[in-house]
Design a protein around this ligand. Structure first.
Ligand code: KIV
Ligand code: NA
Length: 277
């Protein structure tokens, strides 16, 4: 596998080959993305929930994000690396957004950033992309705005909302986004938006008509216990496997079946005898 770049992604898009995106939050999960040939590794602010155990993404800090970005970058070498900007790190001004986006490159070892929002973020996105930092847009269900959206709910179900999504997608394209995440919107709306754009769309709960798909790694592996979104397919139930393994370990320690001979270090008889004497 070769290093994935913006050019690789453009070629996939041109060839109508779906772009695969998966989140990672630490070294091992980054390594899984590396080893499977997934094209984009996203360090999502969902880490606040799935890795740090919070109820919402909104407490995720930029320091936490950068810490996890660095860890992921040590495992995921070939995927294109995108770091998610957390709530509060880009909305206050273009200047704050630029300063923080630069930190993702310099301190987080990321190659691009993602931020949430539509046309209201276009000016900021334009400034970030114009200094050479690729930006992944994100519209539809934007979890950082869950309070004003009334929770984790499907977006774009009315014609009016769908028109607004299309308008936002076009604004993000004009602002220079290299791709746009479409989260939790009806499939036909996402397909139409995809057809109207000249950049890839990455769907999550947006049907099969987008240019690529993204899932949260812990969700699709079945290691997040609180909530499985309707749009998430669980490709494994790793929590069960992990719990069984840990239970087996515990029982073998209790019964002294572990450690066995092969897990123990020998000592030669003479040395042992001298020691015991
Ligand atoms: O934080 C995240 O993991 C995300 C993806 C679900 C797109 O934003
Ligand atoms: Na996110």
């Amino acid at each position: 596998p070769k290093k994935v770049t913006i050019t690789t992604l453009q070629n996939l898009y041109t060839n109508n080959e779906p772009i695969t995106v998966l989140t990672a939050h630490d070294y091992p999960s980054g390594l899984f993305v590396e080893k499977t040939g997934i094209e984009i590794c996203l360090v999502g602010d969902s880490l606040g929930m799935v890795a740090l155990g919070r109820k919402s993404v909104n407490q995720t800090t930029i320091e936490e994000m950068l810490h996890h970005c660095r860890a992921v970058s040590r495992g995921a070498k070939n995927p294109f690396l995108v770091g998610d900007m957390p709530f509060g790190s880009y909305e206050t001004s273009s200047k704050d957004a630029l300063r923080n986006a630069i930190r993702y490159i310099k301190e987080g070892n990321m190659e691009a950033i993602k931020l949430e929002g539509g046309s209201e973020m276009a000016r900021t996105i334009h400034q970030i992309t114009s200094i050479g930092i690729p930006v992944l847009g994100h519209i539809g269900l934007t979890p950082q705005r869950q309070s004003s959206l009334g929770g984790f709910r499907v977006q774009g179900k009315t014609a009016k909302q769908a028109i607004k999504l299309l308008y936002d997608a076009k604004a993000l394209q004009r602002a220079g986004c290299f791709a746009i995440v479409l989260e939790a919107i009806p499939g036909p709306v996402a397909t139409y938006i995809t057809e109207q754009l000249q950049i890839p769309t990455i769907g999550i709960g947006a049907g099969s008509g987008t240019s690529g798909q993204v899932l949260v790694q812990q969700d699709m592996l079945g290691i997040y216990d609180r909530f499985v979104p309707k749009f998430c397919k669980q490709y494994a139930k790793l929590d069960q496997l992990i719990i069984e393994a840990i239970e087996a370990y515990r029982e073998e320690v209790k019964s002294r079946a572990f450690p066995a001979e092969e897990h123990s270090y020998p000592i030669n008889d003479d040395e042992l005898k001298t020691f015991l004497d």
